[in-house]
Design a binder for this molecule. Structure first.
Ligand code: SAM
Length: 282
């Protein structure tokens, strides 16, 4: 029996193309098109937008995005076995899906997307857990801000989602929280249970949304903030006067100038504190 888009249900696609999930590629496939429709809708109105998707796999989320009106989906998939199945999706949706075979960590997204015809670009993806954080850091550390994407709607393991939205003085607060919050708003939208996947992962997943905001006029240089936050959280139990020595200059005058106690620890600093301190290192 065909689904409403004229394509077979996902379980049939997996069987037909013999797509056994590979752990090395972080593969856990969604099969419920109602659920992928919900994820697509949570990304907002996509009707006049281009969606960039990483790791479409057999196409569950891709079909959700296309069914919910995404004007064009540009996808990057590393697993050659999925390319033929994705060709079926592209045909069923009159070529609105364009698939590139490759490694999302290495591609230049704007080259793949090509002419945007003035449309907004949204990133929506069920990221492979083994490269999800690296991809997020790639996108959030863009030199030019605002970046080329209007929003990120991403699936992560719940623990990673909690790190992204974490507030100071919590265990989850760290480098990822600061990088995702200092010039963007980040929120956790909803959880996805393990049972929604084939095979079920060990932990619950969640959908996180990140929306880039205007950079404040006094924002620190991105590279310096990134270096500072890494140094501070690499030794998160140490006081900043010790952990920041790896920045290569005496941290005491910098901390004093930023009005931060030298005995403070990384997790006690707000995102604004980190920005002020990074300005002192500029
Ligand atoms: N989107 C599908 C879904 O929701 O069912 C599959 C999600 S699965 C968690 C992650 C997908 O990312 C897999 O299809 C995997 O082959 C692909 N992948 C893994 N590493 C990748 C990389 N570096 N670049 C592009 N795709 C990758």
């Amino acid at each position: 029996m065909m689904y409403q888009d004229g394509l077979p249900p996902l379980r049939e696609v997996l069987n037909h193309y013999d797509l056994q999930a590979k752990k090395t590629l972080g593969q856990n496939f969604l099969t419920d098109l109602n659920l992928t429709g919900k994820i697509a809708r949570s990304a907002g109105d996509l009707k006049n937008s281009i969606v960039y998707e990483v790791g479409p796999g057999p196409g569950a989320l891709t079909r959700g995005l296309l069914m919910n009106g995404a004007n064009r989906v540009v996808a990057v998939e590393m697993d050659h076995r999925c390319i033929e199945a994705l060709g079926d999706v592209s045909n069923a949706y009159d070529g609105r899906l364009v698939v590139h075979e490759g490694d999302a960590l290495k591609v230049d997204e704007m080259t793949l997307i090509g002419d945007t015809e003035g449309k907004d670009i949204h990133i929506v993806a069920n990221l492979p857990y083994n490269v999800g954080t690296a991809l997020l850091v790639k996108w959030m550390t863009a030199e030019n801000w605002k970046p080329w994407f209007k929003s990120l709607t991403l699936m992560f393991q719940k623990e990673v989602g909690e790190r992204i939205i974490a507030k100071p003085r919590t265990k989850a607060y760290g480098r990822l929280s600061v990088l995702c919050q200092y010039r963007a708003s980040a929120s956790l939208l909803f959880d996805i249970p393990r049972q929604a996947f084939i095979p079920p992962p060990k932990v619950t997943s969640c959908i996180v949304q990140i929306v880039p905001q205007d950079e404040k006029p006094d924002a620190p240089k991105q590279k310096i903030l990134e270096k500072l936050v890494s140094a501070a959280f690499n030794q998160r139990r140490k006081m900043l006067r010790a952990s920041l020595k790896t920045m290569g200059v005496d941290p005491l005058p910098k901390l004093a100038a930023a009005g931060i106690e030298q005995t403070a620890r990384a997790e006690e600093l707000s995102v604004d504190d980190f920005c002020r301190l990074a300005k002192e290192y500029e």
